[in-house]
Design a protein around this ligand. Structure first.
Ligand code: ADP
Ligand code: ZN
Length: 746
């Protein structure tokens, strides 16, 4: 094949256009759609993806403008036809560049921006095996050489390093044997296995309860048809959803298909992935952002080769290259961590539904607190609706009680972190040899520094937020941009010395508890400790084994974990979450309380939950305490309808950001003007521009425009046309983020 051909390439950048390159005859013979191609772009070189192959140039292109491609990286495309098709859907639906989507779909490190950057490769190691039996040559062998041969004879092929150690010889001994053709040294990829370490976790396969069996039968019935089907499984916390998921996954395998389970970032406990490994063995591959790049690459490769047929993972695992997909489970489907918070802004739950449709698979969305959208869809009949209304073993739901902090304040004349009631409960729980979880809803609520004299707080110089005090390092830190500074001695605003700390972080809660109860074994889990994965895993394992009495932490403690000895959950404050300027704040608070209540009383002893708040009559707290999902749903749905929020309208947000306030403001106004022009018939409602709730972030000013419409089609037409108009007018589209279906409008 010596004819020149061309490749249309998407690049892994926030660029909507694709580029055409000339392929060499050699490349032409091997290039396939979905393979990576190193190409020049402007003054740099990037790793792009072939999205189309062309024999002739498109009419609008001129041969002399076309650059040569550099290097074809794959003979087998990294992005097969199913994944490419899914990526195209994501790019189209969420209005983001296909190159960015493909990049997000691949393990990190496979699309370096510069060619010089390290590309992730298999990890190769040297192995040694016996080549021929030593007969006549035997006499001439040294002691050491003989030890090598004996070792190999006993244990078969070995890693060179291990052989040297076991036989207690140097490398020269082995190479001398290689020269005699007695052994063979060869190179092979070894697997980097994230679950290699044995933490002593086993799996018990339960006999299904009648309720579980009924739900499973309904799922299997649909799965066995081989057609697309979707389920919403509303099962209260502790109702045994996980066992149903695992059985359903097993059913997919026995149909000769593969299965995938998505979990939110925070719920992917080391305990759970190891249980899956125990049940499904080496067929399980795990996709999780805290794995090392090499581990992720190897897991991905095992899936692509068909060696692993069960995938468990977070958001991006929805793009795993599994073959013949039969089932996708989306656990805790309401979780906002399924939404990627940067471009491409996709929601893995929604992508899972589309993938299941495209591949004729079954999708099961499960939650104790389904998102409003999913429950609404189930009510409308878009999903099969199945329920597990009771806990396993008819265990009662934990009893939830609100502690009215206004009374605590009145009694003590000043705010208190812990009410006497909660402290007493922690003490009693410990005395009974049971465990407790203390949760701080820290989003927007953490310890900061306030001057009593002028009332100023210490703000991040780059972001519109207060800095958080970290006692262990004696610094104040911005949780958005990681700006850090030493704790000031005097107020930066008025120079007086009346600085004091307000609010409390998890660190402070931990210290207070240690001070009040010296014998209490307390550990803390939050974003600071989870950055260190090993510490995080260890704490959960220790808590599970009863070596810790009380676990203090943020939202991430609320979900998924199953610790049977936990009988008390205390929520130190929920109010900050309720006050967030976001239409989902009531829904989120309801979910948080219900989920956290679900952590208590999962074993034989009943659990209780204490929720400290200054808003004891808020409807989301009332319904959460009553464990009344449908009551909450009805009330919340009315609110959404009255205020025209999803699911009654499609919503898009446009975030205009940049370092220069004047420019950001004028660009925002211009965008609004263009939106109005294309929205002549007023089929969309446009709000703003207004400063975004986080009006400054990482040194940039931020304005927001919201678009609502009953018609998703109109919404997109208006947004696309206005963006095109401002781009034609010279605006930089990189400073405008369009988000379709935003999960939060912060
Ligand atoms: P959920 O995910 O619905 O909150 P889990 O799946 O964690 O609930 O199940 C709660 C507990 O019940 C777990 O300890 C689990 O091992 C146990 N369990 C699940 N199914 C059964 C069963 N059929 N019989 C006995 N125990 C079960
Ligand atoms: Zn900052």
């Amino acid at each position: 094949m010596d004819k020149t051909s061309y490749a249309e390439v998407a690049v892994p950048l926030h660029v909507f256009q694709t580029f055409t390159y000339r392929l060499t005859p050699e490349q032409t013979g091997h290039a396939e759609v979905g393979a990576r191609l190193v190409v020049p772009l402007g003054r740099s070189v990037v790793t792009g993806y072939i999205v189309n192959l062309l024999d002739d140039l498109n009419a609008d292109l001129v041969e002399t403008d076309i650059k040569d491609a550099k290097e074809l990286l794959d003979e087998t495309p990294v992005c097969g036809p199913e994944i490419l098709q899914l990526a195209r859907w994501v790019a189209d639906y969420y209005a983001c560049p296909i190159g960015e989507v493909i990049k997000a779909a691949l393990p990190p490190g496979m699309s370096p921006k510069r060619k010089s950057a390290q590309i992730i490769q298999p990890k190769l190691r040297r192995f040694v095996r016996l080549q021929q039996a030593p007969d006549s040559a035997e006499q001439k062998l040294t002691e050491a050489q003989r030890r090598v041969l004996d070792t190999l004879a006993a244990s078969g092929p070995m890693l060179l390093q291990a052989l040297l150690k076991t036989a207690n010889v140097g490398a020269s001994t082995v190479s001398s044997l290689q020269k005699k053709a007695l052994v063979d040294i060869y190179v092979e990829a070894i697997r980097r296995d994230p679950l290699a370490e044995n933490l002593g976790i086993y799996d018990v396969e339960h006999n299904l309860t009648a309720g579980q069996a009924k739900v499973l039968a309904q799922i299997e019935e649909q799965m066995n048809t081989g057609e697309y089907s979707a389920f919403l499984l509303h099962g209260v916390t502790g109702s045994g959803k996980t066992e149903v998921y695992m059985r359903a996954m097993n059913n997919a395998l026995s149909l000769g298909r593969s299965a995938m389970m998505l979990v939110p970032e925070i719920a992917l406990t080391p305990v759970f992935s190891r249980r899956l490994r125990a049940r499904f063995g080496d067929q399980v591959a795990i996709f999780h952002s805290s794995l090392q790049r090499g581990e992720r690459f190897d897991e991905w490769t095992r899936v692509r080769n068909g060696d692993a047929r069960v995938v468990i993972g977070t958001r991006s695992a929805v793009f795993a290259p599994v073959k013949n997909l039969g089932l996708i489970v989306v656990d805790e489907e309401h979780e906002s961590s399924y939404r990627q918070q940067e471009s491409p802004y996709y929601n893995a739950r929604d992508v899972a539904i589309v993938r299941a449709q495209k591949e004729s698979a079954t999708v099961v969305l499960g939650s104790a607190t389904p998102s409003l959208e999913s429950f609404h869809n189930a009510r409308k009949g878009k999903y099969h609706f199945v329920r597990l209304p009771e806990r396993i073993g008819a265990r009662p739901m934990a009893e939830a009680k609100i502690v009215d902090m206004r009374n605590v304040f009145a009694r003590h004349g000043k705010p208190r972190v812990f009410s006497d009631e909660l402290l007493e409960a922690i003490r009693e729980t410990r005395e009974r040899g049971e465990q407790s979880i203390i949760l701080l809803n820290r989003r927007g609520y953490s310890s900061f520094i306030l001057c009593r004299s002028c009332g100023e707080t210490v703000q991040c110089p780059n972001c519109d937020v207060t800095l958080t005090y970290h006692r262990s390092e004696r610094v104040i830190v911005c949780h958005y941009c990681n700006h850090r500074e030493a704790v000031p001695r005097v107020c930066p605003s008025c120079s007086k010395k009346y600085i004091y700390y307000v609010g409390e972080g998890t660190e402070q809660l931990e210290e207070m508890l240690k001070l009040l109860f010296p014998a209490l074994r307390v550990a803390r889990i939050d974003r600071d400790t989870t950055a260190r994965r090993k510490v995080f895993e260890q704490s959960l394992v220790d808590f599970s084994a009863g070596r810790i009495d009380t676990l203090v932490g943020t939202q991430m403690l609320a979900k998924g974990h199953d610790f049977p000895n936990v009988t008390l959950v205390g929520v130190v404050s929920v109010d900050a979450g309720l006050a967030l300027p976001d239409f989902r704040s009531a829904e989120r608070t309801f979910q948080l309380i219900t989920q956290v209540a679900g952590r208590a009383g999962r074993g034989d002893r009943p659990g209780r939950v204490l929720i400290q708040t200054y808003h004891p009559y808020h409807y989301s707290l009332r319904h959460a305490c009553a464990q009344d999902y449908e009551g909450f749903f009805d009330e919340e749905l009315r609110y959404r309808q009255n205020h025209s929020y999803p699911p009654f309208v499609a919503l898009a947000s446009l975030l205009i950001h940049g370092p220069d306030l004047g420019r950001v403001r004028s660009d925002s106004l211009e965008l609004r003007k263009q939106l109005d022009l294309v929205n002549q018939d007023r089929r969309c409602r446009i709000l703003g521009p207004a400063p975004a709730p986080l009006s400054r972030l990482k040194g940039e000013h931020r304005f927001q425009i919201l678009i609502k419409s009953r018609s998703r089609k109109h919404l997109r037409e208006v947004a696309d046309a206005a963006l095109k108009a401002v781009a034609d007018g010279g605006a930089n589209l990189r400073s405008i983020n369009l988000e379709i279906d935003p999960v939060s409008i912060m």
